[in-house]
Design a protein around this ligand. Structure first.
Ligand code: SF4
Ligand code: SF4
Length: 318
């Protein structure tokens, strides 16, 4: 582990961070091509990132790895993962192996020609959609994702609903993922979820679950913090909000993140910070290479342990 204030804090509370024996989630980053360019994006995605897409040879290595690693879930992310030419091939490969799939969907992609059949297609393959929507209000959502994107996102949600999503069907699960605007933490509770349900119901939108992700001070969001001269204050907020109870549930314990070039990481954030698992690629990794391995951490990890804790599956301190 790289020495850092985060390591010191873990030591102070008597915790260590190692990978668990079983792999729960294989998360594949298919590249940074996206139809949007959000201000809080921690991967720096956008419409001009076509050159970053995962080559097909690596996609095939990921499919082969499903048989060796037997993850409980395949999690497809990007960019907009649906824009990758092999997106449906990967979903089909997991479907054939009875491995559940998560599609991290930005919603607006569902309105783009060439992708409009996706709600039905995803439903037919029982894919869980984890859809990013910063906030239920138009103003707060558009502030992060750009003018007009809230309207398009809601239309995407209505199309998902028409395909059976967000109605309590376990084979068509719709999870909304929110993140705070700017440098605030966002504690989620049942009251907030109820507020979202009531607000979105007016627009014909329903969902199964609401989860929250803390903004990580890396990539485009870090640039914004620097520009606003708020980086130091935000990093201090995250450190001051360290919650030892959030450590056990950190996603890096049982998630493996795959980069478009096949390099492996403990999580998507480490991928963006170029902190790979030395000597391992998706082409050759075996379960025993991962079990018990020390997780690579840095001070960005305070973003995952602040308050309720934060991960791609929401709070880590339930
Ligand atoms: S946050 Fe999501 S939708 Fe927005 S630019 Fe990044 S990958 Fe695309
Ligand atoms: S950023 Fe979060 S998920 Fe990644 S290694 Fe640090 S604590 Fe784990």
């Amino acid at each position: 582990m790289v020495p850092s204030a985060f390591c010191d804090r873990l030591t102070a509370v008597g915790q260590t961070l190692e990978r668990r024996e079983n792999l729960r989630v294989l998360q594949i980053n298919l590249g940074r091509l996206c139809n949007m360019r959000c201000s809080h994006c921690h991967v720096g995605a956008g419409p001009d990132q076509g050159a970053t897409q995962m080559p097909h040879a690596v996609v095939q290595q990921c499919i082969d790895a499903l048989d060796r690693l037997r993850p409980q879930c395949l999690d497809l992310t990007g960019g907009a993962p649906e824009m990758h030419l092999s997106f449906r091939e990967l979903v089909g490969a997991a479907w054939a192996r009875d491995i559940p799939v998560i599609d991290r969907c930005n919603l607006t992609i569902l309105l783009v020609p060439g992708y409009r059949d996706l709600p039905q297609w995803l439903g037919d393959h029982h894919v869980e959609v984890v859809a990013s929507l910063p906030h239920w209000s138009q103003h707060r959502s558009d502030k992060q994702r750009g003018d007009g994107t809230w309207e398009k996102s809601l239309e995407g949600l209505r199309r998902l609903r028409a395909a059976g999503y967000g109605r309590g069907d376990p084979q068509r699960q719709l999870t909304l993922m929110t993140n705070p605007d700017g440098d605030r933490l966002q504690p989620l509770c049942d009251k907030v979820t109820d507020e979202w349900r009531q607000a979105l119901a007016q627009y014909g939108v329903t969902f199964d679950r609401l989860i929250g992700l803390t903004n990580m001070p890396i990539a485009r969001f870090r640039d914004w913090l620097i520009e606003q001269e708020r980086l130091e204050r935000y990093e201090k907020t995250l450190q001051d909000s360290f919650n030892p109870c959030a450590v056990q549930g950190l996603m890096c314990r049982d998630t493996l993140s795959v980069a478009p070039n096949g390099q492996l990481y403990d999580c998507d954030f480490n991928q963006m910070l170029d902190m790979p698992l030395p000597g391992l690629t998706i082409a050759h990794v075996m379960p025993h290479h991962l079990a018990g391995r020390t997780i690579l951490t840095g001070n960005h990890c305070f973003g995952c342990t602040a308050g309720q804790g934060s991960s791609c599956a929401g709070a880590t301190n339930h």
